[in-house]
Design a protein around this ligand. Structure first.
Ligand SMILES: [Zn+2]
Length: 332
């Protein structure tokens, strides 16, 4: 699988990749390797009614990898008059990773959650770096690598990890995944670019986390096209099953995902909206790189969920959405 394409996110190699149109085509080839290099002229759907009339039998499993203690400075804009009083506090919030199985193309992950734990069940930050030692707790085996192990799913069966954005609670599980074998990572062009900058640390990127070796694939801006309500989207497999949504604002290249599952569509906001209250009241997160863009995408997704009532919304870190089980089936 190794052909010398291993890259370091955050290094000049990423930039080399960004400016090469063959970046992902040069990656280790697998059967489905070029699915995310399809141009936008390949589009097959013009509206969401059409998309929802052709769902795919996707299996979706949530891994509750651990909990992070944080507050309105990250989660929700405290100054917004619509912010409920009970959200203006620090709280333990869940950090998730999602396993998806496509009937023809196999497995992939959405995010990797928080890292594994030390002997006292504190998240092991030794690979992330000291800057982001927010209180974080979990239990042995709950990280995404541990949960894949329990399900007997190898890295060879895992086609890629789509990373919503490069903050540590979303890529914390990457190093443990990489230890099991090569991992392909799919991120947006804007996210890779911003995390590569020398001042990336000010946008919440840990330089240490970004030095992990990944097989990196980059979703380029020109692969996205406009769809009603949600705006700029990418139909990953070209079959209307997995939609990647430009959800920039919390970070420069934040992505959201819509899965068109047979049991009903599921919209993952990731950190474009950490909390249900933020989503429903159209309040941006406390931490944004562009508040206007952030409010715009939340409003679009909110309207989308009101227009298509069967869409189930999964927020970035909503505590009331999850019980304590480490593995939760969302679609079969
Ligand atoms: Zn997060």
């Amino acid at each position: 699988m190794s052909n010398g394409f291993q890259k370091k996110v955050g290094s000049t190699l990423v930039l080399a990749c960004l400016f090469s149109s063959n970046c992902f085509l040069a990656a280790p080839m697998k059967k489905e390797a070029d699915v995310w290099s399809r141009p936008k002229s390949d589009r097959k759907f013009g509206n969401w009614e059409e998309v929802f009339s052709r769902p795919t039998r996707l299996e979706v499993t949530a891994f509750l990898t651990g909990y992070v203690f944080t507050g309105p400075s990250i989660l929700i804009d405290r100054e917004n008059p619509k912010t409920p009083e009970d959200q203006k506090r620090e709280q333990w919030v869940p950090a998730l990773s999602y396993l998806v199985k496509h009937p023809e193309n196999g497995y992939f992950l959405l995010d990797s959650g928080v890292p594994g734990v030390d002997s006292e069940n504190r998240c092991d930050f030794s690979l992330i770096g000291p800057l982001f030692n927010a209180p974080c707790r979990s239990e042995k085996g709950r990280d995404s690598a541990g949960q894949l192990e329990a399900l007997k799913i190898s890295n060879q069966q895992l086609n890629f990890v789509l990373v919503s954005h490069l903050h540590w609670d979303h890529i914390g599980g990457m190093e443990a995944l990489r230890k099991r074998g090569p991992v392909r990572v799919l991120i947006s062009e804007e996210e890779a670019k911003d995390a590569s900058r020398a001042f990336g640390v000010f946008h919440g990127y840990s330089s240490k986390a970004l030095s992990f070796d990944f097989d990196l694939s980059i979703l380029k801006k020109d692969q996205f096209f406009e769809m009603p309500i949600l705006g700029s989207v990418h139909d990953l497999y070209g079959d209307g099953s997995v939609w990647i949504i430009s959800a920039h604002g919390h970070t420069e290249g934040e992505l959201a995902v819509l899965l068109n599952a047979s049991s009903g569509p599921i919209l993952f906001t990731f950190d474009s909206s950490h909390l249900k209250a933020g989503f429903e009241n159209e309040i941006p997160p406390g931490a944004t790189v562009d508040k206007k863009k952030s409010v715009d995408i939340i409003s679009r997704m909110n309207l989308f969920s009101k227009t298509f009532r069967k869409v189930r919304v999964v927020y970035g870190h909503e505590p009331t959405q999850w019980k304590k089980e480490p593995t939760i089936s969302l679609a079969k």
